[in-house]
Design a protein around this ligand. Structure first.
Ligand SMILES: [Ca+2]
Ligand SMILES: [Ca+2]
Length: 341
């Protein structure tokens, strides 16, 4: 196996800062994506040691209905795998105590095909495969993929490819339009199928996410950059998080004033006493808990029109000033009121 050193660049948007660090003659690329315009903050590093390895990591999900790793054979001939091929999950190159996934002998990935592996850990006495994992997926009791983790594809003792992530990834994978690039946060999970971009229409609506609180009583504050009041129509507008919990549908007839605010409590059925005048709670119960290393998405007619990510829990992450392109993770808490720092 020719270990030609090469690398894959992670570039999906124009506003990226790249830091290249030379470590022991290995190129380590760390890309920090700090957006001003959409407030997405992700750190992803990708190591690629052998480009001609045949099998590649194509997609990873650490959240959603079940965690999965998708391998892909981009070649025109099937590849026959066995236990010499393995996957480990480790941090900073040091294998943790988890069990490696050994690919069972006789596993074939057809030409242009995919192999979906669902790693899981069970704390139960039973070693049954969790019921949410589909039967056509290779379920292996091994490890959890966490919200900040690293995954390495090995052939015997040789590292072929390693990818890592710093926030929950419901789908991190190769860009379908440019398979040399890994992207995260903007793919639809597609286990066993070609990767697919989520429809993006960032910055196209006057309504934006203005403030997020993931500590205590979670809320999301929206802001209307438009010069007229706006009435939401049912089903058109939803909020969801990177854990792929149920989305929150903004109810029909809800209004937001011109240059005004609307506060949404996605986890509460009744508004708290402290709720501001223009606020709504969930009509269907707990939608999602905002956690650390999470992302919140605002969708209009199924396109993502705004999104923002954070690492540690945020008490008040918001646009400052209201509705502007600049984000601050350390604002004063101001649900329903103008953002202050
Ligand atoms: Ca896929
Ligand atoms: Ca506010």
């Amino acid at each position: 196996m020719d270990l030609q050193k090469d690398y894959i660049m992670y570039i999906s948007e124009s506003y990226l800062y790249a830091i290249i660090v030379l470590l022991n003659r290995e190129y380590r690329l760390v890309f920090m994506k700090k957006t001003i315009s959409i407030g997405l903050f992700l750190i992803i590093s990708v190591f690629v040691y052998g480009i001609d390895q045949g099998v590649i990591i194509n997609e990873v999900a650490s959240t959603g209905a079940y965690e999965f790793i998708e391998l892909h054979n981009p070649d025109a001939t099937p590849i026959d795998l066995d236990e010499r091929w393995s996957l480990i999950d480790s941090k900073e190159g040091i294998a943790d105590a988890d069990t490696a996934i050994l690919i069972p002998k006789g596993t074939i990935i057809e030409a242009g095909g995919y192999l979906v592996i669902a790693p899981y850990k069970t704390q139960l006495l039973s070693d049954a495969v969790p019921e949410e994992i589909p039967e056509d997926v290779l379920a292996v009791e091994s490890f959890w993929l966490s919200s900040h983790d690293e995954l390495t594809l090995m052939y015997e003792d040789t590292i072929l490819e390693s990818i890592s992530w710093e926030t929950s990834v419901n789908s991190m994978g190769r860009d379908p339009d440019d398979p040399g690039n890994f992207i995260s946060g903007v793919l639809v999970p597609t286990p066993g199928e070609k990767n697919e971009r989520d429809p993006l229409a960032l910055g196209t609506t006057d309504i934006v996410i203005n403030e997020v609180c993931s500590k205590g009583i979670d809320f999301i504050e929206l802001y209307n950059n438009g010069d007229t009041d706006y009435e939401f129509s049912s089903g058109d507008w939803t909020l969801h998080d990177s854990r792929r919990n149920d989305s929150f549908v903004i109810p029909d007839g809800t209004t937001i004033k011109s240059h005004g605010l609307l506060v949404i409590y996605p986890d509460l059925i009744r508004l708290p006493l402290s709720a501001p005048r223009y606020s709504i709670a969930s009509q269907e119960g707990n939608r999602f808990g905002l956690s650390e290393r999470d992302t919140i998405y605002l969708r209009y007619k199924n396109s993502i029109v705004d999104m923002t990510s954070w690492m540690l829990h945020v008490s008040s992450k918001g646009r400052y000033p209201d509705g502007s392109a600049s984000w601050d993770e350390d604002l004063l808490l101001s649900p329903g009121k103008t953002n202050r720092n």
